[in-house]
Design a protein. Structure first.
Length: 127
């Protein structure tokens, strides 16, 4: 084989390798880019799911706190209505028996006094 033929074969092989590399390299880059994109999508989706779970937990806690606050407000309203009704009774003179019987609300009711004596054994009650 002549030197010219060997050089032609080697040059042809080099050109063929260059052409193959130019055709294959963009495909490999595109595949790598797609894999990176898929990985990043998965990471972002996970982050959003975690944040959504945290937000849902905060929302549940806020709803629970709101329910507790609403219950407290209802109790306070009921207490206010009770005191207003008792005030109206006193204004109308329909609760004078509390005053005559010594059931002054400032001193506690008979029920409160009964409860306090029930907790103390018989021999220790201050009479």
């Amino acid at each position: 084989m002549s030197t010219g033929a060997i050089i032609a074969i080697v040059a042809g092989a080099v050109i063929l390798l260059i052409v193959l590399a130019l055709l294959v390299m963009p495909r490999m880059r595109e595949r790598r880019r797609r894999q990176q994109l898929e990985t990043r999508r998965g990471e972002l989706a996970s982050q959003h799911r975690e944040e959504a779970a945290e937000n849902e937990a905060r929302a549940r806690e806020a709803r629970s706190e709101a329910k507790r606050a609403e219950a407290d407000a209802k109790r306070a309203e009921a207490d206010a209505e009770l005191h207003q009704a008792r005030a109206d009774l006193h204004d109308q003179g329909r609760a004078d028996e509390e005053i005559r019987d010594g059931n002054d609300p400032r001193e506690g009711s008979d029920l409160d006094r009964d409860r306090s004596t029930q907790d103390v054994p018989e021999g220790r009650r201050a009479g």
